[in-house]
Design a protein around this ligand. Structure first.
Ligand code: ZN
Length: 170
């Protein structure tokens, strides 16, 4: 079982209710050769990059080696790209440990303890987050997640992609 890199580029439709059926999404990515062989990861079924991966995903300032075969078990997957397709009837939160507090769409205040209202939303006991500053209640997908979170029914996760233009030791 492989643990995928936590760093990921997540692509999802702008309209939160849009759902693309998983089999249709996978078929489309296979036709574009963005994905190839499937394998099991701790996060569920994943795909190795296909021959067309580098044509669809461009990396600024570097040309990373893209493995199209699985490393041996137990080896680090830090610089390994893997693709997951997620599709569900329910709207899912897309975030991870890198997610930062969202900003209120009305007054721009931060919601520092966002995990608590998120859990209430996920449990179905609340349909909005209340702003601690202006008191407005707003659906979680309308908060500004600052590129570190989002909401969707369909998403493509590309694991192994690191964020932004950080210089590394130069
Ligand atoms: Zn507010």
């Amino acid at each position: 079982m492989y643990a995928l890199a936590e760093n990921a580029l997540v692509l999802f439709p702008q309209a939160v209710t849009t759902q693309i059926h998983q089999s249709r999404l996978i078929q489309c990515l296979q036709q574009q050769a963005l994905i190839a062989q499937t394998f099991e990861s701790e996060e569920g079924t994943a795909y190795l990059p296909g021959a067309g991966f580098a044509q669809h995903i461009s990396f600024m300032g570097c040309a990373p080696a893209i493995d199209t075969a699985l490393p041996s078990t137990g080896q680090s997957l830090t610089n390994f790209y893997a693709v997951r397709c997620v599709s569900s009837e329910a709207i899912e939160f897309l975030g991870n440990a890198a997610t930062r507090p969202p900003r209120c769409p009305h007054c721009k205040a931060f919601l520092s303890n966002w995990q608590t209202p998120l859990k209430q939303w996920q449990a179905g006991s609340s349909n909005a987050f209340m702003c601690p500053d202006c008191g407005t209640r707003t659906s979680p997908e309308l908060w500004h997640w600052r590129k570190r979170g989002g909401f969707a029914r369909t998403a493509i996760w590309i694991h192994g992609v690191f964020e932004g233009l950080k210089s590394v030791g130069r």
